[in-house]
Design a binder for this molecule. Structure first.
Ligand SMILES: [Zn+2]
Length: 339
């Protein structure tokens, strides 16, 4: 099969990889319909994380081609969406809703889903089957549920977005935009998107943003406070993962407010005095996407939401290197790769 391998920072190639086979009875082999490039794939691409001949990708939708003897809940021929952590969905941590920390978890990024096929461990606990074969126009939205929508949704839940609350969103990448959509679906009264890019502002508005703040850092915080009677937002979604974005999120929240942080942290160091002074709730980390997947798949299937609009560039898998370049240069928000 063909698959994406990152040889080194900036060096992405599509090459022949060995076809996956069933290893455990709980495995499934999925023939992918579509996959995509994640903002987090840019960290190794830019040399901010070590990388050496790594198969890439952790987002995926497709059709089950083989299922092990121990697989009960999905069957050959099912169209499935999976989360980026494989999880058993039965252990005590999974049952508490934290499947990203399953005691048997496997990171799909170590297997690499930017490929024609993928082995999915713990298939029953990882995959969710759609009610039937999806129309082509639903595929991007279902793919978004695999990570960016699930992650944005978790951030909104962690930030306690809901009726009567003002939500500020730090980060206008795909996850931040999905956080806007999630906040709207969860009933937030007001959603402040923080973005300097006209196209992303327009996308944020289409997903439900009511206000746009273009400033960053302290000036951005001051603008959010100005929009909230000097108090700060009830809920803040942090979807970048840098020192500046974390401090912006923490300072934009009002006392007693909630920050949901899902940007993969790089070099973030939180000053204790700031945290002590802020009086806020902080919750985040890798999203337990599997907790939300059945609900998200239903909302997409019923055409209540269209998260697939977040993909603004579609390329064949063979052109993955161009997809990485486009995202690195911020010419694209998120790239869908057709298989
Ligand atoms: Zn588990």
């Amino acid at each position: 099969m063909r698959g994406v391998v990152m040889y080194a920072p900036g060096d992405v190639r599509v090459e022949d990889r060995e076809d996956p086979t069933l290893v455990e009875p709980t495995d499934a082999i999925v023939r992918l319909t579509a996959t995509c490039i994640c903002g987090s794939d840019l960290w190794p691409y830019r040399g901010a994380e070590p990388v050496d001949h790594q198969p890439m990708g952790h987002e995926y939708v497709g059709v089950v081609e083989q299922a092990g003897d121990g697989v009960r809940d999905v069957a050959v021929g099912d169209f499935v969406v999976g989360s980026f952590w494989a999880s058993d969905n039965t252990c005590e941590i999974c049952r508490s809703g934290y499947q990203a920390y399953c005691i048997h978890r496997v990171l799909m990024g170590t297997i690499g889903t930017q490929a024609e096929k993928v082995r999915v461990p713990l298939a029953d606990g990882t995959l969710v089957a759609t009610p039937g074969q999806p129309d082509a126009d639903l595929v991007p939205s279902l793919l978004a549920a695999s990570d960016v929508l699930g992650t944005g949704w978790f951030a909104a839940v962690a930030a306690q977005a809901g009726p009567g609350r003002t939500v500020a969103v730090v980060g206008d990448g795909a996850v931040g935009l999905m956080g806007v959509l999630a906040a709207r679906e969860l009933g937030a009264e007001r959603i402040i998107a923080m973005s300097r890019h006209a196209e992303r502002q327009a996308l944020a508005r289409s997903f439900g943003a009511t206000d746009i703040v273009t400033e960053r850092g302290d000036a951005g915080v001051a603008h959010v406070r100005e929009l909230t009677g000097g108090l700060g937002a009830h809920s803040v979604i942090e979807a970048v993962g840098t020192q500046e974005s974390m401090m912006q999120a923490i300072h934009a929240a009002r006392p007693g407010g909630h920050v949901g942080f899902v940007g993969v942290a790089h070099g973030v160091s939180l000053p204790g005095e700031d945290l002590f002074g802020a009086g806020i709730h902080l919750h985040g980390g890798p999203a337990p996407v599997r907790r939300f997947l059945p609900d998200l798949v239903r909302r997409i299937w019923d055409r209540e939401i269209e998260p697939g609009k977040v993909f603004d560039l579609t390329l064949p898998l063979e052109d993955a290197a161009e997809g990485y370049r486009a995202m690195d240069e911020r010419r694209a928000v998120k790239v869908l790769l057709t298989v």
